[in-house]
Design a protein around this ligand. Structure first.
Ligand SMILES: Nc1nc2c(c(=O)[nH]1)N[C@H]1C(S)=C(S)[C@@H](COP(=O)(O)OP(=O)(O)OC[C@H]3O[C@@H](n4cnc5c(=O)[nH]c(N)nc54)[C@H](O)[C@@H]3O)O[C@H]1N2
Ligand SMILES: Nc1nc2c(c(=O)[nH]1)N[C@H]1C(S)=C(S)[C@@H](COP(=O)(O)OP(=O)(O)OC[C@H]3O[C@@H](n4cnc5c(=O)[nH]c(N)nc54)[C@H](O)[C@@H]3O)O[C@H]1N2
Ligand code: SF4
Ligand SMILES: [Mo]
Length: 771
C-alpha cells in the first residue's frame, strides 16, 4: 500500500457488527483514509466486508456532532462540556432527590419501579469499551428499575431460555461452525448480517468451508435469502412457527428412539418430562401451521440425529416472534437430545478472557423472572429489564401506583425507529421533563434530548469485545487502543459515561477517575474474600497498585483479564494473561477452539441442565393452541442488507443506494392478487399505523409473506442527517402497536405480524398554484 510521509497504519477492531474483524487503518494526519482486513488478526485473518471497508466514511461523517448540545429556549445549541454536564446535573438531580432512595416519595415496593428516571441502552453499547464498563454503574447509581435495552427487540428470549436451562442468562451456546458436520440454521441470514450470538469473522466463508468438507447446511427462513441459496436445503417456513417445527423434531427424536445424550446425560434432568411435553406436537399436527410437510420435518430430525456432529442455531427470525422463548429453548433441547450440546462440532460455551474465574461445579442460585413488573401493563422484568416496547406507555400513561417516567438517559439508542410505534414514543419523549442522549448524531431519538453528549468517532476510541468474546466460535482475545488521539474538544465515551454516573449520584464535578477507582476497589474487595478466587486473602490495595494501563478503562480491563479464566491471577499463574501481554500481541492472542465446559458453568438450583423449566412448561399450552392458528392474510417479516446497520448507517453515502433500499418485497402471486406492479408505491397497514413504500415483486419471499427492512424513516424534523433524510424510507416499526410480546421475555414481536397491503393512490399531480 502506498503511504505518503504523513500517513501511517494502525489496527482497529471493527465495531460495526458482531463479527469483530481486525482492520488495518491508513491514517493521514488525523484522518482515516482507508481500511482493509488485518491479515495477521488471529481471528479474522484479513476478512473485511463492505461496512468495514467503509470505516473511513463512517468515522469521518461530517454530520457527526463535534461537541455537546444543550437545549436553551427550546433549541439545541452548541455548548462546552462543562455547561453540558452542569445542565445534566441540574436536570436530573432534582428528580433523583425528589423520588430517590432517600426521599419520602421513594417507593420501595418492587412493583412500583422506584425512581422515575429511565435508562435506555441501545445496540452499540455492546460494541464499545465504555458501553461494556459503565451502564451497570449508571443503572445501579440511579437505583432505577426502569431499564430498557435493545435486548427486548432482539435476543431476550435466548437470555431467558439460557437462564432457565443453565441458571445463567449469559451462558449461550454457539454452533461450532468450523468443526460441525451439520448446521440447522433458523431465522438468521449471516450472509447479510455477518452473524449474531455467534461471533465469526467471515461467517460466509465458514459456511462454505462446512459444505466443502462434506457437511450439510439447512436454512429455515420464509425468504430465500443469500444464506438459503448457499444451503443444501431451504425450508420456507411460515413466519412465527419455528417453535412448532422444533417441537415436532423433538417429538420425532423420542418417537423413533433417536435421542442420545452421550456424555451429557449425567448433567441433564427433565428428559422424560420433555418427552411428555412434546407428545402432541407430531409432524402431522404442526405441518399445517408451519406450512412444512410432515415428511420434511421427520427428515430434518433424522438428519440431525444421524450427523456425526450437528448444531441447531436460531436467531432474529426465531426470537422476535410470539413463541420466541419457546423456540430458543427448543433449539437447545434439540442440541441436548442429540448429544451435541457441549461437544466439539456441536454447540459449545465459549470461555471469554474477561469472564469470571471458574469456580467449582455445583448448585447455583438459579434464574428468576418477574422479580418486578412494569407499572402500566404489569409486564414481568427479565434479566432486570422491562420491554422496550413498553417504554412509551411508561412515560405517557398515569396510573394509581408509582410515577410515570419523567426523565430518561439514552445511551447509543434510537428507539424511535428501532422499537414498536415510533410515533407514540416520539410524542412521549417530547413530553419528558428531562432527557440526555449519549449519541454521535442528532437523530430521530436524540432530537428530543435536553443535552446531547457526543462520543468521539471510533478511530479515536479503544476497542475490546466484552460481549462478543463470550459468543465467539473460537476463544481469542484482542484489544486495540485508539488509532488516533482525541481531537481537541472531544471527550472519550468512557469519561462521558463516568461523568454521567457522577451526575446521577450527586457527585457532579468530582474526578471521573474516581468512578473507575471505586469499581476496581469493589471488584478486588469481593475477590479477596472469595475462597475460589486466585487472589483470595490478599490485600486489595496491593493488588490495585499492580494494575497497568494508561487510564481507568484500561486498568479495569487489566483487572478483568488478570482475574479471568486465562489470567495471571496477580502472580498466582505467572504465564497467565494481563493487559501488558495483550498489548504485546497487537493482532490478538488465540486461546484455542471451544472446549466442553459442563457442568462447571451451570448455575441452576439443581446444578444440572434443567431441560423442562417451570416457566417453559407453563407456556406450552399457548404453543398447543398455535397448532390450530393460520393467518388470514399477509404477514410481515424484516430483512437486513449487507451494507446496513439497524438505524444508523443510512447517512453514509457509500453504504446506501443500489439494492439497499426500503422497499416492500412481495411474492408475484400476492402482487397479482392485489393488483400491485413492481416499483409501484404501496400502502402497508398494521395494528400501529400505516406506511408507504415502493413494491419490489420477488419470489425470494414465500407467498403470504411481505418483507420490509427496519431502521428507516429518517423524515422527522430537527435531525442532522443530511444524506439519510434525502432518501428517508419508511419506519416499519410504525406498523406495530407495541402490544404483541413474547410473554416470558417481554421481547417485541417484529416478525410474522399481520398486515394489509394495497396499491397507494398515485400522488396527485402538483398544481402550479401550490406554494
Ligand atoms: N422491525 C424490526 N425492528 C428491529 C429489528 C428488526 O429486525 N426488525 N432489529 C432489532 C435489533 S436486533 C436491534 S439490536 C435494535 C437496534 O436498535 P438500537 O439499539 O436503537 O440501535 P440502532 O438503531 O443501531 O441505533 C444506535 C444509536 O447509537 C448511536 N451510536 C452509534 N455509534 C455509537 C457509539 O459509539 N456510541 C454511542 N453512544 N452511540 C453510538 C447511533 O447514532 C444511533 O443513534 O433494533 C431492533 N429493531
Ligand atoms: N448488515 C447488517 N448486519 C447486521 C445488522 C444490520 O442491521 N445490518 N444488525 C446486527 C444486529 S443488531 C443483529 S441482532 C444481527 C441479526 O442477525 P440475523 O439474525 O442474521 O438477522 P437477519 O439478517 O435479520 O435475519 C433474520 C432472518 O429471519 C427470517 N425470518 C423472519 N421471520 C422468521 C420466522 O418466523 N422464522 C424463521 N425461521 N425465519 C424468519 C428473515 O427472513 C431473515 O432472513 O445482525 C447484525 N448485523
Ligand atoms: S463483517 Fe462486521 S466486523 Fe467484519 S468488517 Fe464487516 S461490519 Fe466489520
Ligand atoms: Mo440486534
Amino acid at each position: 500500500m502506498s503511504t505518503t510521509p504523513r500517513s501511517r497504519t494502525a489496527l482497529r477492531i471493527c465495531p460495526l457488527c458482531e463479527a469483530t474483524c481486525g482492520l488495518t487503518l491508513t491514517i493521514d494526519g488525523t484522518r482515516v483514509t482507508a481500511a482493509r482486513g488485518d491479515r495477521d488478526d488471529v481471528f479474522s485473518k484479513g476478512f473485511v466486508c463492505p461496512k468495514g471497508a467503509a470505516f473511513p466514511a463512517v468515522d469521518g461523517d461530517p454530520d457527526r456532532l463535534r461537541g455537546p448540545l444543550v437545549r436553551r429556549d427550546g433549541e439545541l445549541r452548541e455548548a462546552s462540556w462543562q455547561e453540558a454536564f452542569d445542565a445534566v446535573a441540574a436536570g436530573l438531580r432534582p428528580i433523583a432527590e425528589r423520588y430517590g432512595p432517600h426521599s419520602p416519595k421513594f417507593s420501595a415496593s418492587l412493583e412500583q419501579g422506584g425512581i422515575p428516571i429511565a435508562v435506555v441502552l441501545g445496540n452499540p453499547n455492546v460494541h464499545t469499551v465504555a458501553g461494556g464498563l459503565y451502564p451497570p454503574l449508571l443503572v445501579g447509581g440511579l437505583g432505577t428499575r426502569s431499564l430498557f435495552t435493545a435486548s427486548t427487540v432482539d435476543q431476550m428470549p435466548k437470555h431467558v431460555s439460557s437462564g432457565l436451562l443453565y441458571g445463567d442468562p449469559l451462558l449461550i451456546p454457539v454452533p461450532d461452525l468450523d468443526r460441525t458436520d451439520h448446521l440447522l440454521l433458523l431465522g438468521a441470514n449471516p450472509l447479510e448480517s455477518n452473524g449474531s450470538l455467534c461471533t465469526a469473522p467471515d461467517f460466509p466463508g465458514r459456511l462454505r468451508a462446512l459444505r466443502a468438507r462434506g457437511g450439510t447446511l439447512t436454512v429455515v427462513d420464509p425468504r430465500r435469502t443469500r444464506t438459503a441459496r448457499l444451503a443444501d436445503r431451504h425450508v420456507p417456513i411460515r413466519p412465527g412457527t419455528d417453535a412448532l417445527l422444533l417441537a415436532a423434531m423433538a417429538h420425532v427424536l423420542f418417537e423413533e428412539g433417536l435421542t442420545d445424550l452421550g456424555g451429557l446425560a449425567p448433567h441433564v434432568q427433565g428428559v422424560d418430562e420433555v418427552r411428555d411435553a412434546v407428545r402432541e406436537f407430531t409432524p402431522e399436527a404442526v405441518a399445517g401451521a408451519c406450512d412444512v410437510e410432515a415428511a420434511v420435518i421427520r427428515g430434518l430430525a433424522r438428519e440431525l440425529a444421524a450427523a456425526p456432529t450437528a448444531a441447531v442455531y436460531g436467531r432474529i427470525g426465531s426470537c422476535t416472534v410470539p413463541y420466541g422463548t419457546l423456540a430458543s429453548w427448543l433449539v437447545d433441547v434439540l442440541n441436548v437430545l442429540t448429544g451435541n450440546l457441549d461437544r466439539p462440532g456441536g454447540a459449545l460455551f465459549p470461555q471469554s478472557a474477561t469472564g469470571a474465574f471458574p469456580r467449582p461445579a455445583g448448585p447455583g442460585r438459579g434464574f428468576a423472572l418477574g422479580r418486578w413488573h412494569s407499572r402500566v401493563s404489569k409486564y414481568p422484568e427479565a434479566k432486570g429489564e422491562l420491554p422496550l416496547a413498553a417504554l412509551a406507555e411508561e412515560i405517557d400513561t398515569a396510573t394509581q401506583e408509582g410515577e410515570p417516567v419523567r426523565a430518561l438517559i439514552a445511551v447509543a439508542a434510537n428507539p424511535v425507529l428501532s422499537a414498536p410505534d415510533g410515533d407514540r414514543l416520539d410524542k412521549a419523549l417530547a413530553s419528558l421533563d428531562f432527557m440526555v442522549s449519549v449519541d454521535p448524531y442528532l437523530n430521530e431519538t436524540s432530537r428530543h434530548a435536553h443535552v446531547v453528549l457526543p462520543p468521539p468517532p471510533p478511530a479515536q476510541s479503544p476497542h475490546f469485545d466484552f460481549a462478543f468474546n463470550a459468543l465467539a466460535v473460537r476463544n481469542q482475545v484482542r484489544y486495540t487502543r485508539p488509532a488516533i488521539p482525541l481531537e481537541p474538544g472531544r471527550m472519550a465515551e468512557a469519561e462521558i459515561l463516568a461523568r454521567l454516573v457522577l451526575a446521577v449520584t450527586g457527585a457532579h464535578g468530582a474526578d471521573p477517575a474516581e468512578v473507575d477507582r471505586a469499581a476496581i476497589e469493589r471488584t478486588l474487595g469481593k475477590a479477596v474474600r472469595d475462597p475460589h478466587a486466585p487472589v483470595h486473602g490478599r490485600d486489595p490495595r496491593e493488588l490495585a497498585a499492580q494494575l497497568t494501563g494508561v487510564d481507568g478503562p484500561e486498568r479495569r480491563l487489566d483487572l478483568m483479564l488478570r482475574l479471568g479464566p486465562y489470567g495471571d491471577g496477580f502472580g498466582a499463574r505467572p504465564d497467565g494473561l494481563n493487559l501488558e501481554k495483550l498489548l504485546a500481541h497487537p493482532h490478538g492472542i488465540d486461546l484455542g477452539p471451544l472446549r466442553p465446559r459442563l457442568p462447571q458453568p451451570l448455575r441452576t438450583r439443581s446444578g444440572k441442565v434443567e431441560l423442562l423449566p417451570g416457566p417453559i412448561a407453563d407456556d406450552l399450552p399457548r404453543l398447543r393452541r398455535a397448532l390450530a392458528e393460520r393467518p388470514a392474510g399477509l404477514v410481515l417479516v424484516g430483512r437486513r442488507h449487507l451494507r446496513s446497520n439497524n438505524s444508523w448507517l443510512h447517512n453514509i453515502p457509500v453504504l446506501t443506494g443500489g439494492s439497499n433500499r426500503c422497499t416492500l418485497h412481495l411474492h408475484p402471486r400476492d402482487a397479482a392478487r392485489l393488483g400491485v406492479r413492481d416499483g409501484q408505491t404501496v400502502r402497508v397497514k398494521g395494528a400501529g399505523g400505516e406506511v408507504t413504500a415502493p413494491a419490489e415483486v420477488t419470489d425470494t419471499v414465500r407467498p403470504g409473506v411481505v418483507s420490509l427492512p427496519h431502521g428507516w424513516g429518517h423524515d422527522r424534523p430537527g435531525t442532522r442527517l443530511g444524506h439519510a433524510s434525502r432518501e428517508p424510507g419508511a419506519n416499519v416499526n410504525q406498523l406495530l402497536d407495541g402490544r404483541l410480546l413474547d410473554p416470558l421475555s417481554g421481547n417485541a414481536v417484529l416478525n410474522g405480524v399481520p398486515v394489509e397491503v394495497a396499491p397507494a393512490q398515485d400522488p396527485a399531480p402538483v398544481s402550479a398554484a401550490q406554494p
